[in-house]
Ligand binder design. Structure first.
Ligand code: ATP
Length: 255
């Protein structure tokens, strides 16, 4: 369970996040959408304890991120959009290192590491240095590292970027399996097709505030756009109707 209460972050005069309330129950796949600069990454960084909120509280599995940061963070698997990864470790060593950071039992951790390497087709490269890995291979390794300690909550920023179709499908499958096991997934993305296909519930943030919250069907009703896809709904709710008109005019042959 993720609970966010009146969360805010200001940078000087900028209200990057401006009073967010959210609850994500166990097993829910939640999509966090918003235009550039809306406050998604700032929210995520506060959730995982990388940024201190200006106001408000965040509870991860009942633990207050500000008061019990270690206990809260132990329950999170965080997949950032631009991960830091140790270039001079092999893929396998990287996973063992992450498992040690979480204080995992080595036998369990090492078995899990082999399973992830196998699942993501990284087994052949597991003894190669990460510096030789492609972007997609790194992404798969980072996802494996974030999940190795069996977190109850997964917080993920743009997970599919750089993955080939097979890798993207593997990640989707993995996430859906985790949800079925009761893991809550909080995913920030600009890939509206992926969000529509995977997320049970969606929140749209704009200028630091949640402007819409619910299932795709709920958002359709809110936007009064029956039969529309999430892209149309998103553009309507975030007020990008100029863009819609432009796209429409480009698609309409000149008289
Ligand atoms: P994107 O989709 O482009 O990644 P985002 O929704 O993740 O955007 P944030 O990165 O959270 O948006 O930024 C929210 C606002 O806060 C923006 O106006 C941004 O310029 C501002 N901001 C973010 N980090 C800082 C910082 N360190 N100092 C000052 N302003 C910041």
């Amino acid at each position: 369970m993720i609970k966010i209460q009146d969360l805010a972050k200001t940078y000087g005069s900028i209200n990057a996040v401006n009073g967010i309330d959210l609850e994500i129950p166990p097993g829910q796949f939640f999509g966090f959408l918003g235009p550039n600069g809306a406050g998604k990454t700032t929210t995520i960084k506060m959730m995982v304890g990388l940024l201190k909120p200006s106001r408000g509280r965040i509870f991860i599995g009942g633990k207050d991120v500000a008061k019990e940061p270690v206990q809260a963070k132990a329950q999170i698997g965080y997949i950032p959009d631009r991960p830091f990864i140790y270039e001079k470790l092999t893929g396998r060593e990287y996973l063992h290192f992450i498992a040690d950071l979480f204080g995992m039992d080595r036998k369990i951790a090492w078995d899990r590491a082999e399973n992830f390497l196998e699942f993501f087709d990284l087994a052949e490269a597991k003894n190669e240095l990460v510096e030789s890995y492609s972007h997609g291979m790194r992404q798969k390794l980072v996802i494996s590292g974030a999940l190795i300690h069996d977190p109850k909550i997964v917080v993920v920023d743009e997970p599919m970027v750089g993955l080939d179709p097979k890798g993207a499908r593997q990640v989707k499958q993995l996430f859906l399996d985790l949800c079925r096991k009761g893991v809550s997934i909080f995913m920030s993305t600009h890939s509206l097709g992926i969000a529509e296909a995977m997320c049970e519930r969606i929140g749209i943030i704009q200028k630091g505030k949640i402007i819409a919250l619910g299932s795709v069907e709920d958002l359709r009703r809110l936007a009064q756009k029956h039969d529309a896809d999430l892209e149309d709904i998103f553009l309507e709710l975030t007020g990008d109707t100029d863009l819609q008109t432009l796209v429409h005019s480009l698609q309409t042959p000149a008289q």
